[in-house]
Design a protein around this ligand. Sequence first.
Ligand SMILES: Nc1ncnc2c1ncn2[C@@H]1O[C@H](COP(=O)(O)OP(=O)(O)OP(=O)(O)O)[C@@H](O)[C@H]1O
Ligand SMILES: [Mg+2]
Length: 276
Amino acid sequence: MRLPTQAAGLDKPAGARLLAIASGKGGAGKTTVAVNLAIGLGQLGRRVILVDADLALANVDVLLGIQPRAHLGQWLDGRVPLDRLLVEVADHVQLVAASSGARAMADLDAHGRHRLLAAIGQLRGAAEWLVLDLGAGIAPSVREFAALADEVLVVVCDDPTSLTDAYALIKILHQEEGVLHFGVMANQTGSVRAAERLYGKLAGVVERFLAVPLVYRGAIPFDRCVRDALERQCALMACHPHAAASLAFKRLARAVDKLDGRAVLRHILEGSAGVA
Ligand SMILES: Nc1ncnc2c1ncn2[C@@H]1O[C@H](COP(=O)(O)OP(=O)(O)OP(=O)(O)O)[C@@H](O)[C@H]1O
Ligand SMILES: [Mg+2]
């Protein structure tokens, strides 16, 4: 079954802007970024829904130290309505959790995935931002969630395989799923310059071989507080609000939110130009 994608030109449901956090390589920091960026957007007063879209190895609930009353698998089984999945995890931020290690979710067939994409469409009506924490790799669910997003935010870290995996992911999403809007951010970096160098390397090969524009969204430094927060099962932004990485997440949230404002303005201008 062919699922709706940007390339198919199908109308996207109105509502929340959808940001899919991806990396190709495992362990780059997708979940850390998804959780703390969602909280950062919430701190700006935005209504955010964070969706654990890592269907095989969901762990946002563990990272936040919460036990959700229901998860996506139960909704798929028809056991709970969609709104029952929403649980408040920070100011203005609600989480939709998934279950980890559930084979039925990891091996979801096209029909199940199509239903999930439709659920994401419904959730868009209930927030201003939808942030999706994707799994590693290029499984069909990763590709389809990414194809639905307004922007795929690719997380890279200072590791050669991180760059090659990010390149492979961008290539597949662009060439096979029609994804056009990619942001890139560096995580676990030693300095601003190192982050920019990392981005420069990726942008160089992408421009040369794929001709798809990338937008640099910034960097999050390596910070021991991230690990400490994980051990305490508490969001970094909540238990270390003044840590260097938290301050960087606040900047990232402002940048992402501001860019959205420009995109909306462009959309309005293009719309009125079309009418004239
Ligand atoms: N900025 C950072 N500074 C220090 N440690 C970090 C930072 N970002 C992430 N980490 C650590 O890196 C590890 C992987 O992070 P995370 O789980 O967010 O990655 P992921 O991309 O979601 O992984 P997976 O592909 O398995 O889903 C965790 O132990 C996390 O605490
Ligand atoms: Mg993860």
